[in-house]
Unconditional design. Sequence first.
Length: 291
Amino acid sequence: MPVELLHPDEDRFFNFALELVKKAGRLVRDAFDQPSSNVQTKASNTDLVTETDQAVEAMLIKGLSAEFPEHKFIGEESVAGGQKIESVAGGQKIVYSDAPTWIIDPIDGTTNFVHRIPMVAICVGLAIKKELRAGIVYNPITNELFSAQVGRGAFRNGFPIKVSQTEAVCKSVLLLQIGADRSDKIVNPFIESFKATMVNNDARGHRSFGSAAINMVYVAQGSVDAYAEYGIHAWDIAAATVIVREAGGIVIDPTGAELNVMGRKVLCAGTKKLAEELSGMLTHVEFVPEG
Ligand code: IPD
């Protein structure tokens, strides 16, 4: 069956971005082996940014906007730098429109990058009419390039990938991760959720790779069975969401509701049954959506 496109040039958008991400990979790889003291903090002591994050995001946005001048961007470092945000009651909102929009994390796993742990990813997602349509997640250190377009399947270095078929937490390797936000609002429910899945229900194992996108693509390729996190942002999950879904998995709000990519929380799993069981064990946290 031919894939229904939301824009006649979707394939061109995707192929152009794929080549650009490969080029960006060289920047990340070169910087990885040259420890730099140029590490700054953003919202808190645990929220890091390096000159490589900034250079990679600038390179991606420059390249994509030169080719597609009408496209919009939501980039981790641009947003953190105060652009593309409007103030609303209860917080700030990212401007998210129906236009083709590239959702970019130049280095997901910045703390790993700074500590030279090779679990990092360049993430480029494409949304059209607010629908996630394509995703690229590239770890240039391990040379793993994950990609997907809606209706076309998910791939790792060009080979198709599939999620695991595990249906029970007791047979699963789970990823429950905590990010930069260490407020009680996030930490206390995390501890409860961790206990619920590990102590009472005996998941087979627990991992956490320090990059939301790597966590998700490892679900996509069936290495691990499910992942959940509260406090993440659109740029951490947009690209990998398409990859997990195209690999046959599900990506939802941890409560079981439909995913809101701006909702700051995610649960993904290889099977619906596993997602439902895990959802029932988590202590949920609510956020004001960012866009
Ligand atoms: C972070 C990583 C981390 C996750 C955080 C993210 P960054 O992104 O994905 O694993 O726990 O929630 O913010 O800051 O390295 O791009």
